[in-house]
Design a protein around this ligand. Structure first.
Ligand code: PAF
Length: 168
């Protein structure tokens, strides 16, 4: 298993799989992995040739007073768990690598769906999720991506963002 921290490194690691048209599975996470994440990785491994897991605590989905700074960063433990379930590549970039110097300037708008339900009490949260997932999809360019269904609104937002941006 490899760990890449730059877009360049990840692109280079995925190049052989792309040239040979291998199926690339992708599981986006913020780390601090639990059984739910590992189940997604196992599902990806069943179908895909190469499985990439991103570990990135995304600042722009945290609002003021939310727990961005204290969010658990457990890369070593996560790496061990991922190695056990056969993950091929961990992508663990820095904030600057993903957004440059001004994370919030890259924000996209996903639409009204982000303001409903949980979005009402977390303004900007789901636009932040849509933004990072779009950016990760552009970088990883997976054949298949895997999301938990527990966060139902997040899943609908990702589907909407994919449709809106023709990322299928
Ligand atoms: O569900 C999560 O862990 C995050 O919201 C996600 C999809 C990885 C985006 O940062």
């Amino acid at each position: 298993m490899k760990t890449e921290t730059t877009i360049q490194g990840l692109t280079a690691s995925l190049a052989p799989a792309r040239t040979t048209k291998k199926l690339i599975g992708f599981v986006p996470t913020m780390g601090n992995l639990h059984e739910g994440h590992l189940t997604l990785v196992r599902a990806a491994k069943k179908i895909c040739d190469v499985v990439v897991v991103s570990i990135f605590v995304n600042p722009i989905q945290f609002g003021a007073g939310e727990d961005f700074d204290s969010y658990p960063r457990t890369l070593e433990q996560d790496s061990r768990l991922l190695a056990d379930v056969g993950c091929d590549i961990i992508f663990a970039p820095s904030v600057e690598q993903m957004y440059g110097k001004h994370p919030r300037l890259t924000n996209i708008r996903v639409g009204q769906i982000t303001n409903d339900l949980c979005g009402e009490s977390r303004p900007g949260h789901f636009d932040g999720v849509g933004t990072i997932v779009k950016r990760l999809f552009e970088i990883v360019a997976p054949t298949k991506a895997y999301f938990g269904e527990k966060d139902f609104q997040q899943l609908q937002i990702v589907k909407k963002m994919v449709a809106k941006n023709n990322l299928k």
